[in-house]
Design a protein. Structure first.
Length: 269
């Protein structure tokens, strides 16, 4: 499926604003939690690194949203562009999760954004990458080693819920784009049919003109030749036999009347 340019409805603009707002809230809450749990971050190089990672994450987010594909509503976004964006954002998220598990919220915001930008067949890689990032700070590797199936089950349910929500959002965007693509194709088909109908009317008019020209050539042209011959014959007959000359003129007038009738019938048709 190729890239398509779509008109962005008003509700989608508000939804994207809401999504951005939730991302900022998530980052603010996670930052507060990290500073509350470790006050030493304030004024330290580690704290500056955390703020730098947040800045990089937000900058990448805004650059992606303002890219040509997103601004023009083109869908799907080129997959290579999405992969590069995912690499930057998952790296930032992975490092931020070492400061606080509260930064897990940004990964789910990232899920919804990515799933809305690519086709369904490209969802597997983002899901795998984000689930892998989430599993690190939660300690899934330790739960597997310790055989803590309760923790594993809770993690699976937690991730399944968030991934399901992100997939639902992505499906809404995918179906919207596919529906708009179908509408655009139907509109193009309608325009093509109208153009073909116009061409068919013009072709029919040309064929009718050609038919009329043939009829006029065959009937009127032949009749005019006969009329000319009969007039010449009548002119000669008047010199020797006026009665026969009158008869020839009468036959000529009858021929003219018949030809005029044929011509009117052709024009009427």
């Amino acid at each position: 499926m190729g890239e398509r340019s779509m008109h962005q409805p008003g509700w989608l603009g508000w939804f994207l604003v809401f999504w951005r707002f939730m991302l900022w809230i998530s980052l603010a809450v996670a930052t507060y939690q990290a500073l509350h749990d470790d006050p030493a971050l304030l004024g330290s190089w580690r704290g500056a690194g955390m703020l730098g990672l947040i800045g990089v994450f937000l900058l990448a987010y805004e650059l992606f949203e303002r890219s040509d594909a997103r601004r023009t509503g083109r869908w799907p976004v080129p997959y290579r562009q999405v992969l590069i964006y995912m690499s930057v954002q998952t790296s930032c998220a992975l490092l931020l999760l070492h400061y606080s598990s509260g930064f897990v919220g940004v990964t789910f915001a990232l899920m919804g954004q990515v799933f809305a930008a690519v086709e369904r067949r490209h969802w597997l890689v983002p899901i795998g990458a984000l689930v892998a990032v989430i599993s690190v700070p939660i300690g899934i590797d330790e739960a597997i080693r310790d055989g803590d199936w309760g923790a594993l089950g809770g993690f699976v349910l937690f991730v399944a819920g968030w991934v399901g929500l992100a997939l639902f959002i992505g499906m809404l965007f995918n179906e919207r784009h596919e529906r708009e693509h179908l509408i655009a194709e139907l509109r193009r088909a309608k325009e093509d049919l109208e153009r073909y109908a116009t061409q068919a009317e013009e072709l029919a008019a040309l064929r009718e003109r050609a038919r009329l020209a043939r009829d006029m050539h065959d009937s009127l042209g032949h009749a005019l030749v006969v009329v000319n011959v009969q007039l010449e014959a009548a002119q000669r007959l008047y010199a020797v036999d006026r009665a026969r000359g009158d008869a020839s003129l009468a036959a000529t007038r009858a021929l003219v009347r018949d030809t005029m009738g044929e011509l009117r019938r052709s024009l009427a048709q």
